[in-house]
Design a protein around this ligand. Structure first.
Ligand code: ACO
Length: 321
């Protein structure tokens, strides 16, 4: 069985940056409230030309360039998104066309904020099974289009962006790099804690985000910790083996709790939530791209990723870079 090597990472952030102070001019909130509860200071918000597919394509191009991979090495494009431009075709086929891919297959995955970990897991399985040798895994979100901008309890939390990785099949016996394991979970009985109030089947609904923040927080701390423990146990590793925690960027308090639980010093935890806010499925690859680009995360480092989102869905991945 081949191993999936993470060869290149890419990112795209919308041009427009909206600070907490700018939000406070429109709704009853403050920079102090948002920072103290979430760690968020600003978010990027997509403009009309910055579609989900456009951002996904930009991130994918950068991931391929950083991997020194050609488009004809890509067998599959998987986009994790809850905010596609169209119900169908999938955002992934739009990316495929924009990249000029003449073959292969493409599809989207819907697992909300856990989407990137889910997509990474599917891609890893396909590479191990020999179904694909080169896979683009992309998280791309335009959550600003799902917000009720009058609801201060949710609209301050999210931002837009895209991140991508290119995975390439490597030798099965090369233990020095690659995705070690992924671990996925869902509990549909908790679906009403975080959802979009509307869909194609409910034409009279505006389709905005509804969240029970306190309950999400409670589940996140417990479930993320157990997903990371599961990943370590599956590989016979202790938390001290982890070089980097690259968590889903929802909330600094959840991220800090995870870092403390793993006894990682703060400088070993990649945090972008202050500048990106919560970009859902894009947040992990965006954080990864930043830490790889600035030289913090290096080849052969052991990275643990974890995410929880609407569904509830949650999971973890352990990757030797
Ligand atoms: N500005 C000012 N005041 C606000 C704002 C705001 N933006 N939003 C809510 N408030 C007020 C509320 O109206 C409430 O006022 P009241 O007591 O007079 O009624 C007060 O602040 C407290 O509201 P709570 O919702 O109880 O605030 P809490 O301390 O729970 O913080 C938060 C809310 C930040 C959402 C927290 O619950 C949280 O972090 N939850 C995790 C949810 C999360 O991260 N979701 C992201 C999606 S899921 C994921 O990605 C993991």
């Amino acid at each position: 069985m081949a191993r999936a090597l993470l060869e290149g990472v890419g990112a795209y952030l919308p041009r427009r940056i909206v600070s907490n102070d700018a939000l406070a001019e429109r709704i009853d909130t403050s920079d102090a409230w948002i920072r103290s509860r979430t760690g968020i200071g600003a978010r990027h918000i997509a403009e009309a030309d910055e579609s989900c597919a456009m951002m996904a394509t930009a991130a994918a191009r950068q991931a391929l360039a950083n991997a020194r991979a050609r488009v004809d090495e890509v067998d599959a494009v998987i986009v994790a998104t809850a905010t596609p431009d169209q119900t169908f075709p999938a955002t992934a086929v739009r990316v495929q066309a924009a990249l000029g891919m003449a073959r292969g297959f493409s599809f989207d995955i819907s697992a909300a904020c856990s989407g990137f970990v889910y997509a990474l897991s599917v891609a890893d399985g396909m590479i191990r099974a020999g179904q694909a040798r080169g896979v683009l895994v992309i998280g791309a979100e335009v959550f600003s289009r799902l917000m009720d901008w009058q609801d201060r309890s949710t609209c301050v939390l999210f931002g837009d962006g895209a991140g991508a990785v290119f995975l390439r099949a490597g030798a099965a016996d090369d233990e020095t790099r690659g995705i070690l394991s992924t671990h996925l979970h869902a509990d549909g009985s908790l679906g009403d804690l975080l959802y979009i109030d509307g869909a194609v089947g409910q034409p009279d609904r505006p389709g905005t985000l509804v969240m029970n923040g306190r309950e999400i927080f409670r589940h996140a701390v417990v479930k993320l910790a157990s997903a990371v423990d599961e990943a370590l146990a599956a590989n016979g590793l202790d938390a001290s083996a982890i070089d980097w925690l690259v968590p889903h960027q929802a909330n600094l308090r959840i991220i800090d709790a995870m870092g403390k639980r793993l006894a990682l010093p703060p400088e070993r935890v990649v945090v972008t939530v202050e500048r990106h806010a919560n970009t859902s499925a894009a947040s992990i690859p965006l954080a990864l791209a930043e830490a790889v680009a600035d030289g913090r995360i290096k080849r052969h480092d052991l990275v643990v990723m974890e995410a929880l989102g609407g569904g509830l869905t949650w999971g973890s991945a352990l990757v030797r870079m």
